[in-house]
Design a protein around this ligand. Sequence first.
Ligand code: SF4
Ligand code: SF4
Length: 522
Amino acid sequence: MRQSNFRLLRIIISILFFIPTTYILIDFYGLVPGDVKKWILFLQFTPSVLNFITIGTLSITGFIIILALTFLFGRVYCSSVCPLGVLQDIINYFSKKIKKRKKKFIFVKENKLLRYSLLALTIIPIFFGINTFLVLLDPYSLYGRIAGNFALPILAFSNNGVAYILEQFNNYSVYPHDIQKFNIVPFAIVFSFFGLIAYLSFKHGRLYCNTICPVGTLLGIISKYSLFKIRIKEEECLSCGACARDCKAECIDSRTKIIDTSRCIACFDCIPSCPTEGITFSLKSSASSSDDSINNSKRNFLTKTSIYLLSLSAIGASVQKKIKITKPSTIPVFKENAVSPPGSFSLDKFNGKCTACHLCVTACPTQVLQPSFLEYGFTGMLQPHLDNSAGYCNFDCTICSDVCPTGAIIPITRNDKHLAQIGIAKFIKENCVVHTQKTDCGACSEHCPTKAVHMIPYEVKGLVIPEVREEYCIGCGACEFACPTIPYKSIYIEGNSIHKTAKKNVEEKKLEKVNMDEDFPF
Ligand code: SF4
Ligand code: SF4
């Protein structure tokens, strides 16, 4: 193949990775099975490393393939596999169009201190179970959050528009998608990062990848030693600078004919720009090259729906219509622990592995998984938690555990899920309408799938009031979500910092199975 075609090949491979990765991150219909999602994400570097650390089987070796590819060909992960890298290329493409003249880059010296400090700040705390920097900077996770917060709402809005138009013609083939909740603070954080990345790529191409991204820095260290590299053939080079002006990694110094291979992302944009074939992608022996001369002496070795789109919002609304709240509740709810998804086993394990890619948030059919702000503390910011003001964790659902690519949520069976106690319901009698308004309710008990919340006689004759049998509670939050009291709920879920196993309620077998596809039964 002619070397000038390498760029075209890179673009084709990028598209083949970018489209499926983006699709699964915004797959609100849940059309792609969890196993397929994992295969699509197989080569994503950070999830693969974390998954390998968690599960430790050789089937999760995507990162090893990436390391091998980097050793052979340089940072092809950054140019073709990483969705954030491709997004930057897309922004850069439009920046050229907007500027109406071909955008020109110039060589910029490497900011070693910043690069290696950020890499160290990302890697070292992981050994102490803290992955704050990894969550904030990991490119795949950053892209997941951008897709989930921007692309998904646009898609959902368009979908709902089409559904509405078709409904006017009695065509119900498109289902509207109900967005349960909008969290302003996590959105603002994602927006800020997106703004920063968009600005950097608009102005400086791949500056994020070459200066901030810890994965880019790590792969950059390996690519210094890669077998195939972009090299300048001194005998053919005219020193015209055309390659440097097209290098979005800003790593070609045409004046000294040196290429900083640790920052080269193997995009091959420079090859067709050279008027004399003075730049080549080759083995060291096949070209005279000065790339390795770069600071050899200072090399630094600092080395990560069917499940029920069951919008309980409709149920919540029907409860509120039936039970008129005339007396606001008075006891505020303070949760000590956030509730992490079933399969995450403990808050520490979860916070140590989750990269906040939001794949599970998108996949969760009840939308109970929402990005956190400070629910897990500062170090767990943006990681998903179960927010029962948005939904509840469906009894039979294991989708988040099926899709999580990092091992933060380990796959669990439906039977295990039925007894996984992620939190425990706490009842505040002083907030309950049975107590404050002397009226019937029982929404919490109606929706409790294990009947951990059951109704017992109240002091006023004929009325019953909830009681929690903690040993049967799994912390799914159906009670909290269904509870109609405002502003504070009368029943809420306190998270278990270490998940436990609930007892099986033998009464459960006799209970009539609640049809989750129907509206709340009163
Ligand atoms: S198990 Fe619960 S939290 Fe996870 S996707 Fe299903 S409903 Fe959502
Ligand atoms: S728990 Fe969710 S957000 Fe965290 S890594 Fe797994 S899929 Fe991504």
